[in-house]
Design a protein around this ligand. Structure first.
Ligand code: TRP
Ligand code: ZN
Length: 881
């Protein structure tokens, strides 16, 4: 047991700050061991808050001086503890507080606050990192204008960057120099950024819709200038798109992005100075995959869009995190849908939601999109806040339609620009602008859990009606036993026996109109009746996935086969293929457990055959259709006493039987989808590669050595990373000499490229071969790995723990022990990353008893360690609870 458990922070305890800060001047004298920071804060009491002491946040700071209005405070005029600086008797009128502190960027392994990574000074202040730079009111509802003067060694750090516009720079004695930056937009401290180092940059410009010219710069380590072009293009497209779709223009004269190699998350939207994990900037055809290009485009857009949804309008407190994150994810999803294939984007977003958010929402870490309690806020940058948060915005968009949604957004920007807002502010603006009643809808923000929607459809031949009886339930989640019904928009269509959509006419409608209707489910049970339905249809339910729910309907296997061939809604067509395939896989798992005959899945092979022959279909969409649900998806659907080995075997059996049944067609498609000419990362080429590489993955497993030879040739002939890694990904699961040769050749080719080496680590960590655990242990000691770099941890350890179900869940518990050991080792270096890795245990209750016991043993071991971080403590104890 711990001496003192950390106390949770509660939404209901929110109180406005006792003091406000209007203006901040920072003078930061950079040094690896001791960086001196002089902060000059123009402050006053908050007229809207009760009178109280001045309590500033601060962590790991050495305090040298405190002065008020130029007068040094004596030691008894203030107190400090490990997290605060308290001044009991601050003046009543406006005053200037001056604080001199120092911190040590070189020793900062947590990568929060100011740190030094590969010779570059860099900051990460969200959520509560600024307090590691200076004492401050480190909360998002305190917004100030920042001026930052950076002083550094000229040689070590020729480039000095901060938010806003450069206002002065010059030489200083002792080989030093300085730069001064001014950001005219008041902002909370979490958006502060500083970067200094020997960086190269590429430059471009953008002319806004009102004709202002903006300088665009991407800063990278020297030598990487040739990998920035795609990120720059994506940035310009994002800027244009936000003008066209949301009417939002950029507001400073310069927009800068810096790519760094040690970063806790994907990227950060600091005002005018985004900082990125370099994995989401650097791309060249030979080093980055199509998926990397797509992620770069999406994250560039995401951070850029934060300038309005996050920065100009920020969050009142961290409970409102979804206000900026859910909304901004929705915006980046729409951007990608417009840049690429809308259908494929929707499919991949729903895949992500189901694989990451649903397990969270259905497990011990379930929390509302707006949580009401947390121990460590860094643990709440979750799939629920981000991805489900985006789904909630999407539902409002569905309910309002694009025009009225835009009106609502305009009102939101008009009302709250320059403010720290709440979810209520957002919903009020949308309700007013879009003319919607969102009263019941609000429950989505406060109730955790994935609602289950049950549908039963009935055709009445005599009356020619089709009736849908729809009900909803939501299981209990931690701290929430009973749930009130949600407002759930459900888009439906009726598909006739000819495969065509029928015109729809509901009870209260005079005539039929359209073929897709959004039904509003607001009660626990409701019926919806369609008229003039001349033949018995198959219902196509939840088209486009209009709500983040699970759906069960009285549909049979043959209905899914029908829909996967005919549904006009591409999302539901894909959904039908996955429903059919997962039903089949579950029956195979049961057959394996019972020792009965295994079905072959002819209908899936048949569908694949037809899709491969259909030249009109988008190859990227076909690739989505013919891909079987993953092993974790099947585990989630089974949900109890999950048998990971049977799932693996069932899926391999099905893959093999499909490959065997349509070998010729797979080979023909493999040949047809080969692209001649230079590589382009655009969606049409990427889609063809995706389809071709899936064909390869089927062909490679066929008995005999043909398949392996094909994969080895694919590897050798690849002229881009997508094809090269696809071939390696196939070979890594087959025990053959070609596997070892390809891994060695890949290493030789790319050993000096840290981002490509991450792929080499990850692909081995996800191999389903029995030697994988030993190999991961070997790789942990390989020079390509270091536990101090989060990307390396994610590549090797997180991939193993979250993307290799059979090996992580090895029956002897060795996989669990390895990951738990690494969580503990990491905890003393970087608790944020350690806690995230521990998330791999969140679904422990769904496994068979032996594994359940082994997993809970590791969780208990971690929770019991004295001095464990708040981050890991919170995840371990909540997961066990
Ligand atoms: N706000 C970032 C985003 O765009 C998330 C983020 C980046 C973050 N770095 C972080 C959150 C460090 C917490 C800690 O989504
Ligand atoms: Zn974000």
């Amino acid at each position: 047991m711990r001496a003192e458990d950390p106390r949770p922070i509660l939404l209901k305890d929110y109180a406005p700050p006792a003091f406000l800060i209007e203006d901040v001047r920072l003078e930061i004298d950079l040094d690896p061991a001791t960086t001196r920071v002089r902060a000059t804060l123009k402050m006053r009491r908050n007229p809207d808050a009760p009178r109280g002491p001045l309590i500033l946040n601060g962590q790991k700071l050495a305090l040298h001086e405190v002065a008020i209005d130029g007068e040094m405070l004596s030691g008894n005029a203030y107190q400090t503890d490990s997290e605060h600086l308290t001044i009991p008797d601050a003046p009543d009128g406006a005053f200037t507080l001056e604080i001199l502190t120092s911190c040590g960027p070189e020793a900062n392994t947590q990568l929060l606050g100011l740190y030094l990574s590969s010779g570059i000074y860099c900051t990460q202040c969200e959520a509560e990192g600024f307090r590691r730079i200076t004492y401050y009111l480190d909360r998002p509802d305190v917004m100030a204008v920042f001026t930052t003067r950076i002083i550094a060694d000229q040689k070590f750090a020729p480039v000095l960057l901060s938010n806003g516009n450069l206002t002065a720079s010059g030489k200083l004695p002792g080989n030093k120099h300085f730069a001064e930056w001014h950001d005219p937009f008041p902002k909370p401290s979490y958006l502060f950024a500083l970067v200094a180092g020997d960086l190269a940059h590429v430059e471009d410009k953008f002319v806004t819709q009102s004709g202002r010219e903006v300088t665009l710069r991407i800063f990278v380590e020297r030598g990487n200038e040739d990998r920035c072009a795609y990120a720059m293009e994506a940035l310009k497209r994002s800027m244009r798109w936000d003008e066209e779709v949301f009417g939002r223009e950029y507001d400073l004269d310069i927009f800068m992005i810096v790519a760094v190699s040690a970063f806790n998350m994907g990227a950060m939207e600091n005002k005018g100075l985004n900082v990125f994990n370099d994995k989401y900037i650097l791309a060249r055809p030979d080093t980055a995959t199509d998926a990397d290009y797509a992620a770069i485009e999406a994250i560039i857009a995401h951070e850029y869009f934060h300038n309005w949804t996050g920065n100009r309008i920020t969050c009142r407190d961290w409970f409102q995190l979804c206000l900026k994150e859910g909304l901004t994810v929705f915006r980046d999803q729409e951007f990608t849908a417009d840049m690429r294939s809308r259908a494929v984007k929707r499919i991949s977003d729903v895949r992500l939601l189901r694989s990451h958010q649903f397990p969270e929402d259905q497990g011990p870490l379930a929390h509302p999109v707006r949580p009401d309690s947390y121990i460590e806020i860094n643990n709440f940058y979750t799939a629920t806040v981000y991805e489900k948060g985006a789904e909630l915005v999407r539902m409002i968009h569905t309910l309002a339609g694009p025009k009225r949604f835009r009106k609502g957004m305009d009102i939101y920007f008009e009302r709250h620009d320059g403010e720290a807002a709440t979810v209520e502010n957002f919903l009020d603006a949308l309700a007013d602008g879009a003319k919607l009643d969102l009263t019941q809808f609000r429950r989505w923000y406060s109730q955790a859990g994935t609602p289950e929607v049950l549908v039963s459809g009935r055709y009445d031949t005599a009356r020619q009606t089709y009736t849908l009886k729809i009900s909803q339930v939501c299981a209990a989640t931690p701290g929430q036993k009973l749930k009130e019904p949600y407002h759930i928009p459900i888009a439906v269509g009726l598909v006739g026996p000819d495969g065509k959509d029928m015109a729809l006419q509901l009870d209260d409608e005079e005539k039929a109109k359209g073929t897709t209707r959004v039904l509003n489910l607001t009660e626990r049970t409701q019926t919806f009746r369609f008229h003039n339905v001349e033949e018995k249809p198959v219902p196509s339910l939840l088209r486009g996935f209009t709500a983040p729910v699970t759906l069960s309907a009285n549909l049979k296997e043959r209905d899914w086969v029908f829909l996967m061939t005919h549904d006009s809604d591409p999302f539901n067509r894909w959904e039908a293929s996955q429903r059919y395939a997962s039903g089949l896989l579950i029956s195979l798992v049961e057959a394996l457990q019972a020792g009965t005959r295994l079905r072959k899945g002819e209908a899936f092979a048949e569908m694949t055959r037809k899709l491969l022959a259909d030249k009109k279909l988008d190859p990227d969409f076909v690739a989505q259709m013919i891909q079987l649900p993953g092993e974790q998806t099947i585990a989630q659907l089974i949900r109890e006493n999950v048998d990971v080995d049977a799932i693996h075997e069932a899926r391999e059996h099905l893959r093999l039987s499909i490959a065997g049944a349509i070998k010729d067609e797979l080979l023909a498609a493999y040949r047809r989808q080969r692209i001649e000419g230079p590589y382009s990362p655009d969606a049409s080429h990427a889609g063809r590669r995706a389809l071709r590489n899936i064909c390869l993955s089927y062909l490679a497993i066929l008995p005999g050595s043909d398949g392996v030879a094909l994969a080895a040739r694919h590897f050798a002939e690849a002229d881009n990373m997508t094809d090269q890694i696809a071939a390696l990904g196939v070979l890594v699961n087959i025990d053959c000499p070609e596997r070892e040769e390809a891994l060695a050749a890949f290493y030789d080719q790319w050993k000096d490229d840290h981002l490509v080496m991450d792929k080499w680590l990850a692909i081995q960590a996800t191999s389903s071969l029995p030697g994988t655990l030993d190999n991961v242990n070997r790789l942990l000691r390989h020079p390509a790995f270091t536990i101090r770099n989060p990307n390396k941890v994610r590549a090797l350890i997180t991939s193993f723990a979250t993307a290799n179900q059979v090996r992580f869940h090895a029956a002897d518990g060795a996989g669990y022990a390895l990951v738990a050991d690494k969580v503990l080792e990491l905890d003393s270096l970087n608790p944020q990353v350690a806690a995230r890795l521990l998330g791999a245990f969140k679904s422990w209750r769904q496994f068979a008893p032996k594994r359940r016991a082994l997993m809970s043993k590791q969780l208990a071991r971690i929770a019991g360690v004295e001095g464990i971080s708040r981050d890991v403590f919170e995840i371990a104890t909540k997961t066990l609870a």
